[in-house]
Ligand binder design. Structure first.
Ligand SMILES: Cc1ncc(COP(=O)(O)O)c(C=O)c1O
Length: 441
């Protein structure tokens, strides 16, 4: 029998991984509880990244585990095409209570990528059912990450995720990103400089004409690109311009949703009302794959009041596993925990301590910027001229050797611990990271 701690690594083609490098020196995790993983060699690893921005409630939550086990025994699967079971209705009704403004309907998916593609399709179809079928253009942003579907990479703005995959969707344009070390390096929280970058949307509208544009999609805080924050007033400005021209504003909250910024969703943190919110990850605490797309009342109403026959399908879209019973059970249990333990807002309480700890790394070798918001932080390292990204990768591996999981992308180390993090963990995260940065030199 194969040893589970030392399996044959060959056949699994790993996602977003340097497969040959990894398989030469693998890092395997075999168990997890609360704030920690256990590695295959028996070490305790502090989870500084909530897995992959998803285990917001900490690992191995009994309530979720029990709900999942019960649900598999009771009803493992039921279709939701022209059939249903009670759980997605119950979950949708509970989730919308935490949503800003008049967001009152939910479409379930299985991942962030599916949520994004669903949102883009809803946006284009919304205009069509209202008689504005020419509104098909989608506006994303440089450095944006919206998953890996063709819709998501088309509106996304990370070159490596796009360049290998052909011409992508037609009719897409991009806003400039808001990353600027010259003006904003070492800002605590949201930077002051850069609100004017939102005005580029006016130029894009002038170029294409508003009558061709369906939606603008942005992450309130760009996560995968390395934690890039919106300048003060930037998201408000995007909202104003979208409203002025009848363009839908989509917030991709796959990372910023479910308490990450110290509010239930980023929309509440920034006090900006999007028309559509995409989510995944924290919705089930990562225990079972699930995503969800939230829409405002007028969007759902447009489909229901379209004037077609009562028995006509309003949206030709859906996944076999939309509203899967086991995912719903996990999400309902996760929601109980968010609500009962106050974890939608715990980030607000810890943010000042988190910010101080993050900025204590200023002055360490090669640290050229530190960014933070809610329970997210990023440390930007000076790139090595000959081997871009290698410094951050080495810091990441050293942290792992020293019992800390961080995330590295390009020159950035990103941190986003479970929302149950305590002050000693915060201290351990930044002490270990500082040691690793010094050791890499
Ligand atoms: C903002 C954002 N959108 C979409 C996605 C894609 O989610 P998934 O990997 O579940 O498809 C991610 C994943 O990190 C994300 O950060």
């Amino acid at each position: 029998m194969t040893n589970p701690a030392a399996p044959d690594l060959d056949a699994f083609w790993m996602p977003f991984t340097a497969n040959r490098q990894f398989k030469g020196s693998p890092r395997l995790l075999v168990a997890a509880r609360d704030m920690h993983f256990t590695s295959a060699d028996g070490r305790t690893i502090l989870d500084g990244t909530s897995g992959l921005w998803c285990v917001n409630l900490g690992h191995g939550r009994q309530r979720i585990n029990d709900a999942v086990a019960r649900q598999v025994r009771q009803l493992d699967f039921a279709p939701t095409f022209q059939m249903a079971h009670p759980l997605p209705f119950e979950l949708a009704a509970r989730l919308i209570r935490h949503m800003p403004g008049d967001i009152d309907h939910v479409f379930f998916t299985n991942s962030g990528s599916e949520s994004v593609d669903t949102a883009l399709k809803i946006a284009i179809s919304y205009h069509r059912v209202r008689g504005e079928a020419a509104r098909t253009r989608l506006i994303g942003r440089e450095k944006g990450y919206h998953g890996v579907g063709f819709g998501g990479i088309s509106v996304g703005g990370l070159g490596n995720n796009r360049k290998g995959f052909g011409p992508l969707l037609p009719g897409v344009d991009h806003l400039p990103h808001t990353f600027d070390l010259e003006h904003n390096a070492f800002t605590r929280g949201v930077p002051d400089w850069g609100v004017h970058l939102a005005d580029v949307l006016e130029r894009i509208v002038a170029l294409h004409d508003a009558s061709t544009i369906a939606a603008v999609i942005v992450e309130p805080v760009q996560g995968s690109a390395g934690v890039i924050l919106p300048p003060h007033g930037y998201l408000q400005r995007l909202r104003e311009i979208c409203t002025k021209y009848g363009i839908l504003l989509i917030f991709d909250e796959v990372i910023t949703g479910f308490g990450r910024l110290g509010t239930p969703f980023g929309a509440q943190y920034f006090d900006v009302q999007p028309d559509i919110i995409t989510t995944a990850k924290g919705i089930t605490n990562g225990a079972v794959p699930m995503g969800a797309v939230f829409v405002r009342k007028h969007i759902h109403d447009a489909f229901m009041n379209v004037g077609t026959a009562h028995d006509a399908i309003e949206l030709f879209h859906g996944y076999t596993y939309s509203g899967h019973p086991v995912a719903c059970a996990a999400a309902l249990a996760a929601l109980d925990i968010y609500e009962q333990e106050g974890l939608f807002t715990r980030g607000t309480e810890l943010a000042p301590c988190w910010e101080d700890a993050a900025h204590s790394l200023r002055g360490e070798p090669n640290v050229i910027d530190i960014r933070n918001i809610g329970l997210v932080a990023a440390v930007e390292l000076a790139p090595r001229p000959d081997r871009p990204g290698s410094r951050a990768y080495e810091v990441f591996t050293r942290c792992f050797e020293r019992g800390l999981l961080v995330r590295h992308t390009a020159e950035t180390i990103a941190l986003s611990p479970p929302l149950i993090v305590e002050r000693p963990h915060i201290e351990q995260i930044f002490t270990t990271l500082a040691e690793a940065i010094r050791a890499v030199g």
